[in-house]
Design a protein around this ligand. Sequence first.
Ligand code: ADP
Length: 403
Amino acid sequence: MNILVINAGSSSLKYQLLDPETGVLKAKGLCERIGIDGKFTYKPAVEGKAPQNAVDIPMPTHSEAIQAVLNALVDPENGVLSSMSEIDAVGHRVVHGGESFAASALITPDMMKAVEACNPLAPLHNPANIIGINACTAVLGEDVPQVAVFDTAFHQTMPEVAYMYAIPYEYYENDKLRRYGFHGTSHRFVSARAAAMLGKPIEELKIITCHLGNGSSICAVQNGKSVDTSMGLTPLAGLPMGTRSGDMDAGVMEYIMNKYDVDMKGMMNILNKKSGVAGVSGVSSDFRDLDAADAAGNHRAALAKQMFCYDVKKYIGSYAAAMGGVDAIVFTAGVGENSPALRTEMTSGLEFMGVAPIDQEKNQLRGSEVDISGEGSQVRVLVIPTNEELMIAMDTAEIVKAL
Ligand code: ADP
């Protein structure tokens, strides 16, 4: 089976062609500068096929971008498919499904109305996802089924007590302002893999999944269901991230806006783009740069890393309390998968809750699923590479097969 997975942004579009049954990746790539000049990247995963790297292809709209993807996939010389009819379905990442979607869904004109209704909740992301879906329909026609996989869907199982904000209730009733959470596809994927690694049904487990990348969130997964997560109405909440502040006193906004005559748009730009570890360190949003600066004696780089680890540890403790225990802690995404030093820091001092110091030899292993728990640990500490595209392809296949 061939599933084309699309992650459309406002001026870019990432794609992968995958077999959801075997997990085999056939090709992937990126369309950038859509609506500007258009740069196309294609990486076939088949030997002997030539890649294309940031090639100039005019892409006035997302439709030309999708057409460029299809042309590359069926190219007689370097394509990985002999015709477009070999694409069984398309799976789209959609950021916000609001309260309308608790699972992935087949794309139909009616359901698209519900997706559009979520636009005010994610004004920067959802409209772009919708443009990507419409572009696929325009280029592939109505006969190729398409499925939407929502970042928020997995978290729809959170209980009211976890998702409500302590603001006047009418903002929930009238505007649906509440915690939604994101990275749900990743939290779902790695929690399922964790259960497989532990050899136990997920319905019997309490797992804390830490998706730590450029954007970071933590999720409490009890009996296979998300019961709490650190991101909120938007992905700005929770942990400090590459450039996002994470949680802080809203009074800080009032102070900055008043004293420095910053308007709301400017304030949100500061909180989303200039804060987090980049803001604290003044060095970079990338943890590799922070490591280098820290090694050279930069105090603020060291502090930014410490603040990040401290907050991760606090979430681990609070989610263990929320679930009444924890069987496994999972690290995933760019930082979670690649930083042995931060994993050590984030799990240190947790012996009181059954987390033994992690195994430093296993902690150095990269690129695969590893149990890095220390000897005698009651709580397993796991590193699991995330694969959101595969999860999207698997959901898409499941929905399409049932048609
Ligand atoms: P995104 O949230 O954009 O999907 P990723 O999950 O790919 O991001 O994570 C990217 C981040 O991972 C980088 O910004 C970098 O901070 C971090 N990272 C990648 N490799 C390493 C490494 N070897 N050590 C520490 N951090 C790393």
